[in-house]
Ligand binder design. Structure first.
Ligand code: HEC
Length: 113
């Protein structure tokens, strides 16, 4: 009985630890994709914490978690022309510049800003 409880506890602990590690690696991967000139190339237009030589065509990306939920950030990355038909921000999802998984990792990263 005790052993089963201990086993269950350690299983639950390792599961929640791997979930945390997963979210962390998603954000790290997302940062790489966001800064990669052949992928997100977000620094061309946005100042982002940790990135060098940013452009200033778009606003500084900060405090995003307080202003947008996950679905909204995904929508902005997918196709910002839906919110703003005149935007110069590329529709990363619609134009398949980034895959759904890549966008999801970048959203993980944006939520840490
Ligand atoms: C060619 C320039 C350009 C690139 C590249 C670009 N953006 Fe943008 N982005 C903009 C502009 C301009 C806006 C301002 C809103 C608008 O135009 O609709 C914006 C707005 C945003 C917003 C909303 C910010 C806020 O404070 O409301 C987010 C989030 C965002 N961009 C994320 C990204 C990410 C992540 C990438 C890279 C995958 C990226 N952008 C690449 C130009 C760009």
């Amino acid at each position: 009985m005790r052993t089963a409880l201990a086993l269950g506890l350690s299983l639950a602990m390792s599961l929640s630890m791997s979930a945390a590690a997963h979210a962390q690696s998603g954000a790290a991967e997302g940062q790489k994709l966001a800064f990669d000139r052949g992928k997100g190339n977000c620094l061309t237009c946005h100042e982002i914490k940790g990135g060098d030589l940013p452009g200033s065509i778009g606003p500084k990306l900060e405090n995003l978690k307080g202003r947008y939920d996950r679905a909204e950030l995904t929508a902005i990355l997918n196709d910002e022309t839906v919110r703003n038909p005149l935007t110069v921000m590329p529709p990363f999802g619609r134009n398949r510049i980034l895959t759904e998984q890549e966008i999801s990792a970048i959203v993980d990263f944006l939520q840490t800003l």
